[in-house]
Write a protein that binds this ligand. Sequence first.
Ligand code: IVH
Length: 713
Amino acid sequence: MLEFSAPGAAVPVSHTPAGASSATRHSTNRGQPLEHGGVTPSQAAHRHRELSAELRRHDHAYYVLARPVVSDAEYDRLYRELLDLEAAHPELRTPDSPSQRVGGAPISAFQPARHSVPMMSLDNTYSQEEVREFVARVQKLLPGEPLEWVVEPKVDGVAVSLRYEAGLLVLGATRGDGTTGDDITANLRTIRTLPLRLTGEQVPGVLEVRGEVYMPTAGFRRLNEEREAAGEERFANPRNATAGSLKLLDSRIVAGRPLAIVLYGLGEASPEFAPATQVELLQELRRLGLPMPSRMWVCPGVDPLMEAIGELDRERGGFGFETDGAVIKLNSIASRAKAGATAKAPRWAIAYKYAPEQARTRLRGITVQVGRTGALTPVAELEPVFLAGSTISRATLHNQEELERKDIRVGDLVVIEKAGEVIPAVVGAVASERRGGEEKFVFPTECPECGTRVARAEGADDDSAGVVWRCGNPDCPAQVRGRIAHWCSRGAMDIEGAGDVLVGQLVGSGLVLDVADLYRLQLPEVAALERMGEKSAQNLLDGIGASRSRDLWRLLFGLGILHVGAGVAKALGRRFESLEELAGSSREQLLEVEDVGEVIARSVTEWFADPRNRKLLDRLRAAGLNLHSALYQPQAAPGRFSGKTFVLTGTLEGMTREEATALIEGHGGKVSGSVSKKTDYLLAGEEAGSKLEKARKLGVRIIGLEEFRTLVA
Ligand code: IVH
């Protein structure tokens, strides 16, 4: 058995917290444009090429090789120079520019994308016996031919197809029904390890490659922590997180999701691109700069094949991403053609799935936890059972809907599963084992902590809307504890010694009711708490004292404003010099901040409008906390379109949409995909359609290309 390893898929994702947007490493700061005046267009183009090449090299070193060669600050400097250059020369903002990774304006719906070669699926099996039968079947189709097999990890993600023309990424699509998928190019562009332009010599004219987008486990965990901290619902597993991210219509949010990609298959390709084997295909993909499977085995026969499957199973725990099986394929492309395909799947490949680690145990009860934002989460209290290396006695039941859908009853024998490194979850109940005494769980209509009636947040604000029940009492002890613990946490104000237990004691004893109370604590009262000596009390007070000088973004994150995670808090810190300035900002100003859309802007505005919150801030100010931002970067003089939203429609004679977008953004404006009351201008070209109608109805100002040219002149 030949082993073959290549760098690529076990991709270390950004060291920066997931969801912290691309900004931490790949700053999108639109700072004061550097002086590019006096530079000729050809000098600008030359410098742009240099910068792009250098940034691409650094991206590769950082994201693929995990060996950065420059500091974040140096990277940011180069990146900013590129942005400034593009602001001054919008024609340089080409689709493969490193600046195009950060996502563009939201769209209203995905366009359909037809696959030139259908995207098939694979037959699945869980049984080794069936793998042997599969091999025998293929041998029967190819009598007398010595068969060579390739085994690759089956990456648990979302299948996509990418189309490169003359080396440039022109289309990225989901599988859809196999014939037509969704055009998700803008979202795929944000994946750092995916080249926007193929590298190397002899780039094929057309190359369609197929692969899988996935979320490495470390990034997945960080994303979930970040979502929890921002009061959003956690994703159940990396595959859901990947699928959910790729479905987003706002690619700027996708840019903050730690996605990775691996490519392993071929769609349409120019005749000159004709690898003879899978091994050759992968070598070619690597040559062109495309990330490919981290590990593969070439097996000359069924026994080495079975051995490879076992080896992959033993190794996959260390891959850093979820692998739910092995994909077994014929190595020779010519033999594949002879073996053919059924309507759904090729005859020359099969997916062998490893059985997930599961266990059965009794559901003793269901408790309901109340989080910092008041969200009620049902938790399964289990008879302890050993599963995948640890004893499990609790597992999440996600939410009421999930509980009802699975019809899980207290007293049931339940199946629990631990897929990879994900937290254990209840898969379902074994209904055939019911003895009659099992009871349906009645989800509380009142908060189990404070008795307030719970309500469901309606509206399409985020993915938890309409599913999660929340306790609306801000004084609910569970929420108070949660808020204070969050404030003290490492990612926020980083107060040493203030763990959950101590916070519980501080709240329980009535010493602390909100975060401002922390700054009034006196040594004797803290030292009098149970299991607290004078020394630890002093340490705690020192920790609290030190937190007074933390930077503004930590305080903003610590306040627990809905949807304001660490990434958004940092972006706000870059845009606003002080808390005062942020508190007095308008919705329009907030919308200008990177990563801030309608939902976040509303949440921030509402938070600052609440008199209780205003009072809290007054007390924090009086307690001597730093309310200034060290991240603040003064803005460029506002462009003539700043705060204005454009929508483009129809064909613009002599100007591409990209050029128009670049001009609008270069003048501080925004481009949106659909017309609404918030649209300031509709830029209408020839054959404008329904958007024009809608703009007329809403009284949006409609301008033609000529008027637009005058405006930007
Ligand atoms: S080959 C004709 N190779 O698993 C289809 N698929 O269960 C050829 N997958 O549809 C697919 N890793 O979405 C192939 N190394 C790999 C894979 C892989 C994950 C996915 C893919 C496929 C599904 C089949």
